[in-house]
Design a protein around this ligand. Structure first.
Ligand code: ADP
Length: 260
């Protein structure tokens, strides 16, 4: 009887193990699929500027006497594509650093008011070129234990987007506030907004809401993935509200103290 009991329990154990194995196997396949998709997206994104450069160079080479004007124009286009390629590679490198499992935070006590002032100062010339008003409102002094470089990149991306996806004569309002546990950064713009059905996808790598418009504006579709990665590494949260044609509000919440 004992033996029979043993066999039954053996059997259920084997079954449990096999079930667990299947579950792990299933999860691994999901990870593998998304990795494959990522690699295929990266390849595609890196190839696009290369293809353009090849076409531009080939058409110059195919002509005997290229007028100086045309030569200059094509070279200018090629330089632009190189710059784009460079931006994609830089963004990819940033994204890798924001990988929650691989990345480490270099935490120190940072004056967040000053950090935001620095970001605004750097982006003001870009905003002015498009006649966009850039305003920072700090409701209180904030010192927080954060990774200065990663947080700066995360917030810069939000302000850059607010400028990029704005309308002429528009505005961008950035505000900083805090309670006893968190600080909050809000980036509000008077821009083109994000369609409702796109909102849930904007943090995906390479996702761009308005393909034709976005292509013109120039971007990699990696900015918000980087921002979200950095915010999550700080155990923070990010939220977006938007109304198409009216504007967008991003809110980031980060703990004042970093808990390991
Ligand atoms: P990109 O390099 O295209 O700017 P992001 O990851 O930063 O990539 O943003 C993803 C997409 O989300 C953008 O292509 C754009 O369509 C949309 N988006 C992001 N921020 C804003 C904003 N403030 N207003 C309108 N659309 C935005």
């Amino acid at each position: 009887e004992d033996e029979e009991q043993l066999m039954i329990s053996d059997y259920t154990e084997t079954e449990a193990i096999s079930e667990a194995f299947n579950e792990i196997w299933g999860k691994m396949r999901v990870i593998d699929d998304s990795r494959q998709e990522f690699v295929s997206n990266v390849s595609h994104e890196l190839k696009t500027p290369l293809t353009s450069m090849k076409v531009l160079a080939d058409s110059l080479l195919a002509q005997g006497d290229v007028p100086a004007e045309l030569y200059k124009e094509f070279m200018g286009d090629i330089a632009e594509e190189i710059e784009r390629e460079n931006k994609i590679i830089n963004d990819l490198l940033s994204l890798v650093k924001m990988d929650k499992s691989a990345g480490t935070l270099n935490v120190s006590v940072v004056n967040v008011n000053e950090l935001l002032e620095m970001i605004m100062k750097r982006l003001r010339p870009i905003a002015e070129r498009q006649n966009i008003e850039l305003v920072l409102e700090s409701f209180r002094p904030v010192s927080a234990e954060v990774d200065e470089v990663k947080l700066s990149l995360a917030l810069s991306n939000l302000v850059e987007n607010a400028i990029k996806y704005n309308k002429p004569e528009g505005w961008v309002h950035v505000s900083l506030n805090a309670d006893h546990k968190y600080f909050f950064v809000r980036v509000e713009d008077s821009g083109i907004g994000i369609p409702e059905e796109s909102l849930e996808h904007i943090y995906e790598r390479f996702y761009r809401a308005d393909k034709s418009h976005s292509r013109e504006i120039g971007g990699t579709g990696l900015g918000l993935a980087i921002t979200r990665g950095a915010v999550l590494m700080h155990r923070g949260a990010i939220k977006a509200h938007s109304k198409e044609g009216e504007g967008t509000i991003f809110t980031v919440r980060i703990p004042l103290m970093y808990i390991v």
